[in-house]
Design a protein around this ligand. Structure first.
Ligand SMILES: C[S@@+](CC[C@H](N)C(=O)[O-])C[C@H]1O[C@@H](n2cnc3c(N)ncnc32)[C@H](O)[C@@H]1O
Length: 339
């Protein structure tokens, strides 16, 4: 029986975790990014060649490397050719990606170059030294300000892994007849997530259908869509490393590296399927989910539909007002919703 989310008994009872914390968060990740990047900006005019890393276009500078796509720019798995005299790295969100970025940056640093890293204390900047020591001969904190920490590192160690292939990990495949690979920072380390699993159980027969896997991660939803007969699958993903994983795992599908809808051509699909992100790093952030739901109709045939999975703590009525959704499946942790 079809049920509606909005006004669903019990759904509005109590506050979501985000409401209780008072964070809700269209902007808190962005505010922290701005604070960290403002501190890094003080080093932007250092002598020689300077490379800015992981700023997502927020620092005015000609040389940058971002693995996360932003605006009109697609992310890239590798930095531009060096050597650079100073590299400014905005601390990445996961340890795995941080280590990856450190190796890659060390590989394009000039002989007497230095790496400057800045991050907020509540995202682990205090313990960045442990990773820096793995890659550099010398490192230390040079400044603390506004609950952030700035580190400097020099002298890359031997044995750097500066080719993305060296970071590829082959894992047990969830799909018969397909190899499965993952790279640093890929969602659920490339494995099948519980929410995604519930979503996949709800996928209809997709014979000949045109499907968009929005926020594709390792390509789990795309592979399942092809198994159910989809005629054409497009994978949209912000992270070039996740994009590489999905392209390796599901080579039949087309990959578009894009921050939300920004780089997707305006073409309609029969079905958009997603396990959208609800965090930016450790901060809850519903902006991508919001954009997914609000703009999906622009990318759907008139009889097309959107199916997505969300954790039950996501305050759907508060985010989407009177909009109604069909509940396709639910368990104590997740809802699979259709619109
Ligand atoms: C919850 S994971 C789901 C991954 C995959 N679909 C699955 O179910 O295994 C969300 C994915 O969204 C990606 N993502 C985060 N922000 C995004 C954005 N602005 N645009 C597109 N993808 C984004 C993340 O990199 C991550 O791969």
């Amino acid at each position: 029986m079809t049920r509606r989310v909005f006004c669903e008994a019990g759904m509005m009872s109590g506050k979501s975790k985000a409401q209780k914390r008072g964070s809700s968060t269209h902007h808190s990740g962005a505010v922290r990014d701005r604070k960290v990047l403002d501190l890094l900006a003080e080093f932007k005019d250092s002598a020689g060649e300077v490379l800015v890393v992981n700023d997502r276009g927020l620092l005015e500078h000609p040389h940058r490397w971002n693995w996360l796509s932003w605006g009109d720019a697609a992310g890239s798995t590798t930095p531009p050719n060096g050597p650079f005299d100073t590299i400014l790295l905005r601390m990445p969100r996961t340890k795995a990606t941080f280590l990856y970025a450190l190796h890659m940056c060390a590989g394009v640093l000039g002989e007497h170059g230095r790496l400057i890293v800045c991050g907020a204390n509540d995202e682990g900047a205090k313990s960045a030294g442990t990773l820096l020591e793995q890659v550099f001969e010398r490192s230390g904190t040079i400044r603390t300000k506004a609950h952030c920490r700035i580190w400097e590192a020099t002298g890359p160690k031997e044995g750097l892994k500066t080719r993305v292939e060296e970071w590829e990990e082959s894992i047990e495949s969830p799909f018969e007849g397909r190899n499965w690979y993952t790279y640093p920072g890929v969602f659920a380390r490339g494995e099948l997530d519980d929410g995604t699993s519930l979503l996949l159980d709800c996928l209809p027969d997709l014979k000949g259908k045109k499907v968009l896997d929005f926020a594709s991660g390792s390509g789990m939803i795309s592979a399942a869509a092809l198994d159910r007969g989809a005629g054409q699958v497009t994978m949209l993903e912000v992270d070039a490393l996740a994009g590489l994983a999905s392209a390796r795992n599901v080579p039949e599908a087309q990959l578009v590296l894009s921050d939300g809808w920004s780089r997707l051509a305006p073409e309609p699909f029969d079905l958009i399927v997603s396990n959208p992100p609800i965090h930016q790093g450790k901060v809850e952030d519903f902006s991508v989910l919001h954009a997914l739901v609000q703009r999906a109709p622009e990318y759907l045939f008139p009889d097309g539909s959107l199916i997505f999975v969300v954790q039950r703590q996501v305050p759907i009525p508060r985010l989407f007002g009177p909009k109604t959704f069909e509940i396709l499946a639910e368990n104590p942790r997740f809802w699979v919703l259709a619109a």
